[in-house]
Design a protein around this ligand. Structure first.
Ligand code: ZN
Length: 338
């Protein structure tokens, strides 16, 4: 089969590799599309994957072969590559070391991954995709669950004013999820024009360009001089955490999901006196994938305008797509089609 293999810092190569055979208790999935995750782009950019690894963990496909002793799946079933619950007594592998950091963890969520024509995995791992959800949207259940986990961990309550910093895939899912969770007004900040347009189409009350405006004073003014109740940092740019802490209201909450790889800048004297809360969110739980599929099926989470025809990139275009995503301009969400 053909697969994109990581060769070294900022270098992926499409190669012929052996097609995996599903072992006992495993299924072989033919990959239909695999979303490019921001964390994949960071690891590509900073040289943090293992050499010869096939990355990719946000995918939708069909069951193509069953290993021995597999029950419950039929050839052709449409699945996503995670969200299933392990059988009782089996360690999930989800345990993290006490001093775990995403930076020290060089192995991605799934290895080998799904920038490939086929992937073999334990049969309990995938979830079936309900009718009415496109392959492309289903493939993005994982990033949707990351945003959902953050919203569920937050203290946001019905009617709260929310601000989302950064309208990449996680920010655009967060926008839809805070709406579904009953946010009052929702503001988004984003420098890239295509992503600002996507946030507007998804119903943000106002979308601000942080390269044009002082977003802190604008959003404090928008909230009557008080500041937003909850600010979600989905951007991870040098200024986003600074802006989040400065704009949030007294005793408000800043949620950080973005994994910034560059040192930021904060000035505590500006916000310590308001007794604000700072909390991080990381990953998701298997049950949250199912919640996302349910919200997608009910139309509360949509794929357009995240996914456009230009989002779909053949395997051969993966190197260029990753290079482009290191400084996204026109791209909102890219999916690789093996
Ligand atoms: Zn991801």
């Amino acid at each position: 089969m053909r697969a994109a293999v990581y060769k070294g810092k900022q270098h992926l190569e499409v190669e012929e590799v052996p097609t995996p055979t599903p072992g006992p208790g495993q299924v072989l999935v033919r990959v239909k599309c695999c979303g490019v995750c921001g964390s994949d782009v960071h690891r590509f950019q900073h040289g943090m994957f293992w050499p010869d690894l096939i990355p990719g963990h946000e995918f939708c496909g069909v069951i193509a072969e069953l290993g021995a002793d597999v029950e419950g799946w039929t050839l052709g079933d449409r699945v996503i590559g995670g969200g299933g619950s392990p059988p009782p007594g089996m360690p999930t592998g989800g345990h993290r070391a006490p001093r775990y950091t995403s930076r020290s963890n060089r192995s991605p969520t799934m290895s080998p991954g799904a920038y490939a024509e086929y992937i073999a995995m334990d049969a309990w791992r995938p979830l079936p995709v309900p009718d009415g959800i496109s392959d492309e949207l289903a493939a993005l259940t994982e990033p949707c669950a990351v945003a959902l986990h953050m919203v569920r961990l937050s203290r946001m309550r019905l009617g709260d004013t929310a601000v989302i910093l950064g309208a990449g895939p996680i920010g655009l899912f967060a926008l839809q999820l805070v709406r579904a969770a009953g946010a009052g007004r929702v503001f988004v900040t984003e420098p890239a024009p295509a992503r600002r347009r996507a946030a507007e189409e998804l119903g943000a009350d106002r979308v601000l360009d942080p390269t044009e405006l002082d977003v802190v004073s604008e959003l404090v003014a928008e909230t009557g001089g008080i500041g937003p109740d909850v600010v979600f940092d989905c951007g991870g740019a040098q200024r986003t955490l600074h802006d989040a802490l400065e704009m949030v209201r007294r005793e408000g909450q800043v949620m950080v999901v973005a994994l910034a790889w560059d040192e930021g800048y904060i000035l505590p004297v500006e916000w310590v006196g308001r007794e604000v809360e700072l909390k991080t969110s990381y990953g998701s739980t298997p049950g949250e994938w199912g919640i996302c599929l349910d919200l997608m099926q009910r139309g509360l989470v949509r794929s357009e305008p995240l996914i456009t025809p230009e989002s779909m990139v053949p395997l051969d275009g993966i190197q260029r797509a990753f290079e482009g995503l290191m400084s996204p301009d026109q791209q909102v969400q890219v999916l690789i089609v093996p």
